[in-house]
Design a protein around this ligand. Sequence first.
Ligand code: DC
Length: 222
Amino acid sequence: MIISIDGPAGSGKSTAARKLAAKLGIPYLDTGAMYRAIALAALEAAIRLKDEAALVEIARKADISLDCGPTHTRVTLDGRDVSEAIRSMAVSQATSYVARVQAIRDILVEKQRAIGKRLGALVTEGRDQGSVVFPDADVKFFLDAAIEKRAMRRYQELMADGEEASFELIMENLQERDGNDRKQWAPLLEPQTAIHIDTTDSNIHDVVEKLLEEIRRRGLLP
Ligand code: DC
């Protein structure tokens, strides 16, 4: 069983996907972490983020491994734990440059499909999981929320991680990333068959219950 959860930054999809996977007892795949790890490698190598050929080279060489558990995602880049480092604002911003490069998307899409094939059952989360990577997913969800609410969630996450954060800057950053995601590079495609859930006024418990209800309705739960 493959369940895809797509949506913009701060829509609550990561937490929802993680909790849903734990409830179903199947693995969870955080595909944003893969793009983030490549962005971190690029920043560390001090290459120009507009140099697409150099970014692709980094993506080809980077040895990324993911351990997506019920409470956190551990990410290693060339054997080093970068789980915290990939969540900084600097990396979030740099990731936009990485995610717009089609050759990098092709590399990661292939890796994600290989993971799906190997695991057989998973909850996968990102921007293009139901549309591009797993068009035959058994259930597709698309989560969204008002931008102010999404910015507040990001702000609280960064504060909890002890990062310096400004709400205004996060709003600007989100607006820019939404623009990138939705228009120019178009990975944020909402499949027609996806179940659209607005999480603006819902808590995470209610969101996960809604997801479970839809899966149950399709007869996919024992
Ligand atoms: O979900 P996130 O914030 O960790 O995603 C980080 C960035 O990667 C974000 O700019 C969107 C991009 N991304 C993508 O283009 N495709 C995916 N499947 C997952 C993330």
